[in-house]
Design a protein around this ligand. Structure first.
Ligand code: AMP
Length: 174
């Protein structure tokens, strides 16, 4: 029997550029029952992990991230593209296919003793999530897990994440 949550994720070919099969999760947000189910499946693997903060990756990590944080009784910290955060920031650069990009968080958002779950809607090559983990580590906080809604497993993105940290995704695309 098909899983309604998985069935709601749609694949848009050639978006935002030719050759990309874009995973669109907006139909999950649109449906109250599916949205609730998604939050439960995202959060449940981490209920015993004593998470103090969820770091959501711009911009689609902001869709589920704050609601997951409320469910886990944790805070929410946005990781954003350069120039978007108003206060003093920490920055981590990462390689793209051509060139580099960077991600930032507020310098006072996290610190030693904090236990962080990193979340994004999709993990592809893992470069963004790995850079976000380094950013969290700059603050002295500990990365205790990664949570994704969709994992493009054939790209082996999880190989770029720190060893020994729990990685969970609701939907794995092999
Ligand atoms: P990554 O290659 O894992 O660093 O992914 C870069 C960013 O692009 C992440 O925020 C992903 O959520 C997003 N992304 C990459 N590939 C896809 C895809 N096929 N569908 C939807 N989002 C994607």
């Amino acid at each position: 029997m098909s899983d309604p949550l998985i069935a709601a994720v749609r694949t848009i070919p050639d978006f935002p550029e030719p050759g990309v099969l874009f995973k669109d999760i907006t139909p999950v947000l649109d449906d109250p029952a599916l949205f609730q189910e998604a939050i439960e499946r995202l959060a449940t693997p981490f209920t015993a992990a004593e998470v103090t903060h969820i770091v959501g990756i711009e911009s689609r990590g902001f869709w589920f991230g704050p609601t997951m944080a409320a469910r886990l009784r944790a805070g929410f910290v946005p990781a954003r593209k350069p120039g978007k955060l108003p206060f003093t920031t920490l920055r981590e650069e990462y390689a793209l296919e051509y060139g580099t990009d960077a991600i930032e968080i507020h310098a006072d958002a996290l610190g030693t003793g904090d236990r962080v779950l990193i979340h994004d809607d999709v993990i592809a090559t893992g470069g963004t999530a790995a850079a976000t983990a380094r950013l969290v580590q700059q603050t002295g906080a500990e990365v205790v897990g990664f949570s994704f809604f969709v994992e493009l497993a054939f790209l082996e993105g999880r190989e770029h994440l720190p060893e020994g940290v729990l990685v969970r995704s609701v939907l794995r695309v092999e």
